[in-house]
Design a protein around this ligand. Structure first.
Ligand SMILES: *Cc1c(COP(=O)(O)O)cnc(C)c1O
Length: 403
């Protein structure tokens, strides 16, 4: 928990200020504490710290002041009591499942979740007797039908999803979960707390890949779970201490500094993405645009309610083509014609990154599975950065004009 002196300050202020006490040297930028161990002032204090009767740093697998600063700042932005940082987004999911589930428990996730999430929960945890139901992202009745009272412990949703930007109703899912004593976790990677705070709609846990917009400049891997103090201290901390999926202090320092500009970046990149989506929607070589900020998006109204009136920074679109083979060729032509934008399977960068989901993130699915998920061969995902919009459009136009 952060020092009470921060209570009552606005989120914008906390995003640039909240951190542990500065050291005796008075550094203005938060210090980077690269240390694995901590010198104890006395054997008595050491005993109390190890016994959990006194707060204080003991060893890098338990905590680190730079990591604490990041955790406190992200918790303030998400509006949760506490936060636990992890080495990556996937290790945050690993920590959550490992802390909350046991053999015989049941989890419900959406079929549109991040590929590694589907594999980790649906396949790896199945080996330990955790059962998973995979349901369509936006079909509330399917989520409801999958619930097994007394056995279902966790509902886990990602909204909006990658790459089609499908949006689920956080408040409705929270109600479904709470009715049977289960928890709702939300992967808030695409919207970030700058646009969407899932706990305000009833979610219990907010999961992050800090690798994406929290860092925002494509430098490090990071992850986090934001939740109540009780969940963090009683469930996540004991497992984290003994498993070591900790965020390195250096990476924590990078994402801590990233949080200072999160709000400005997300609003600017979301505004650019919206402009780009409108341009693509009217482009003769484009068959369809998937973007929650467009009125044509199937969950547009819900997205605007949950995401502070913004659509986020990721736009996907299908190029026009008479066949799947030609669609793939056309999409490759657009990507290979780029001279400025990066062909890069990441997102959340100040640089615009473009990918072909059907041959990368969704490459291992069968063509039928891909069709069912709406990932066509002509689909291109653009994670819009901060370059001038005219330059982004011109670089995409090189290939689009050839279709
Ligand atoms: C990248 C990503 C993850 C995984 O995060 P890593 O930091 O790469 O481990 C999880 N969920 C979503 C939505 C992502 O985009």
């Amino acid at each position: 928990m952060a020092d009470p002196k921060w209570d009552g300050l606005q989120r914008e202020t906390l995003a640039v200020r909240l951190a542990v006490e500065r050291s005796q040297y008075g550094e203005n930028s938060e210090a980077l504490y690269l240390t694995s161990g901590y010198v104890q002032p006395s054997a008595e204090v050491s005993a109390r710290r190890f016994g959990g009767q006194e707060e204080g740093y003991t060893y890098g697998r338990s905590s680190n002041p730079t990591v604490t600063s990041f955790e406190q700042r992200l918790a303030a932005l998400e509006g949760t009591q506490a936060c636990m940082a992890t080495a990556s987004g996937m290790s945050a999911i690993m920590l959550m499942c490992f802390s909350l589930l046991k053999a015989g428990d049941h989890v419900i996730i959406s079929q549109s979740m991040f590929g590694s999430t589907l594999k980790l929960i649906g396949s790896e945890f199945a080996r330990f007797g955790v059962e998973t139901s995979v349901v369509p992202q936006t079909d509330l009745a399917a989520w409801k039908a999958a619930i097994r009272p007394g056995i279902t412990r966790l509902l886990f949703a990602e909204t909006p999803t990658n790459p089609l930007g499908e949006v689920c109703d956080i408040a409705a899912l929270a109600e479904l979960a709470h009715d049977v004593g289960a928890l709702l976790a939300v992967d808030n990677c695409f919207a970030t707390p700058a646009l969407q705070r899932p706990v305000e709609f009833g979610a219990d846990i907010v999961m992050h890949s800090g690798t994406k917009y929290l860092d925002g400049q494509g430098r490090v891997l990071a992850g986090a779970l934001c939740a109540s103090e009780q969940l963090v201290l009683e469930k996540f901390l004991p497992v984290q201490k003994n498993s070591g999926m900790v965020l390195s202090p250096f990476n924590a320092w990078v994402v801590l500094k990233g949080l200072e500009t999160l709000d400005l970046r997300m609003k600017a990149q979301s505004a650019q993405a919206h402009e780009l989506a409108l341009w693509l929607e009217s482009h003769p070589a484009v068959a369809r645009v998937h973007y929650p900020g467009l009125a044509s998006h199937p969950q547009h109204a819900l997205a605007m309610k949950q995401m502070n009136g913004c659509g986020g920074a990721v736009v996907s679109f299908d190029v026009k083509a008479p066949s799947p083979e030609q669609a793939r060729a056309n999409a490759f032509q657009v990507l290979d014609s780029m001279q400025l934008l990066s062909l890069c399977t990441n997102l959340g960068d100040t640089k615009t990154l473009c990918t072909h989901p059907a041959s990368t993130s969704h490459g291992k699915l069968s063509e039928a599975q891909r069709q069912a998920a709406g990932i066509n061969q002509g689909l291109i995902r653009v994670a819009v950065g901060l370059e001038h919009l005219d330059d982004i459009k011109a670089d995409l136009e090189r290939g689009l004009s050839l279709i």
